[in-house]
Design a protein around this ligand. Structure first.
Ligand SMILES: C[S@@+](CC[C@H](N)C(=O)[O-])C[C@H]1O[C@@H](n2cnc3c(N)ncnc32)[C@H](O)[C@@H]1O
Length: 223
């Protein structure tokens, strides 16, 4: 899909400025995110974690103290290069260049997955195959933890493609523009999407930092 390649190119170019543009180097932003980080640490504690679309590893670094290990994957080597420069816990974090839609890892390797600001970019037509591939890499009882943005209070979502993906246009400082998919799913939509795989799907909102956490534990028998 052209828009999938467009998102890959957009984040490749944005890699050097990504953390700053997200405010991840700002103590105020980091403090606001702390409740999300703590909840994520609780959900992932002691687990062998696969991270999808890790970017420059801000979130990997925040959860690494709690987990057994984290294999942090991203399509773009430019984002991994930014991560590699950081003084992270490299005994626990392994970086792997990987397309989320073709994960180069063995089945049943991990007991958790985390992905921040990723699921909102997956085209609707690829959600089922992405989840099937992801779940295959997890052991039964594995936990999936997703974190995405809540919309602004009065944000109007007006631009949709033919398969119902919400589209945004993004501009980089060099003047280049890209179309990206950015879903803002409701809790009901998350629960509908994931309840085929898990008996319980939980969502938690963190409005002060406009974040939603979604998590579920895979049933032993259903992947
Ligand atoms: C919004 S950023 C999130 C980065 C990181 N999770 C964070 O929150 O700091 C989206 C990430 O998805 C990555 N990406 C885009 N397409 C991808 C694909 N097909 N497979 C894996 N990663 C991809 C981009 O390189 C980028 O790092």
């Amino acid at each position: 899909m052209e828009i999938v390649s467009s998102m890959q190119r957009y984040y490749e170019k944005r890699a050097p400025m990504y953390d700053r543009s997200m405010g991840y180097d700002d103590p105020v932003v980091r403090a606001a995110l702390q409740p999300v980080i703590e909840r994520m640490q609780d959900l992932l504690r002691g687990r062998k974690v696969l991270e999808i679309a890790c970017g420059p590893c801000f979130w990997s670094s925040q959860v690494s103290q709690a987990v057994q290990s984290i294999t942090a994957t991203d399509y773009n080597r430019a984002t991994l290069a930014m991560a590699r420069r950081k003084p992270l816990d490299w005994n626990k974090i392994t970086l792997v260049a990987a397309d989320a839609y073709h994960l180069p890892v063995q089945p049943a390797t991990f007991d958790a997955c985390v992905a921040v600001d990723w699921f909102s970019h997956v085209p609707r037509s690829r959600i089922a195959s992405f989840l099937s591939e992801l779940h295959d890499r997890l052991r039964g009882g594995g936990v999936v933890v997703l974190c995405d943005r809540l919309p602004h209070a009065h944000e109007s979502l007006s631009d949709f493609d033919e398969e119902g993906n919400h589209l945004q246009q993004r501009l980089l400082p060099d003047g280049s523009t890209y179309h990206i998919i950015k879903h803002f799913f409701t809790d009901t939509e998350y629960i509908d999407m994931f309840s085929a795989y898990a008996t319980a799907v939980a969502t938690e909102h963190f409005p002060h930092c406009r974040r939603v956490l979604v998590w579920y534990q895979l049933d032993d028998t259903v992947k």
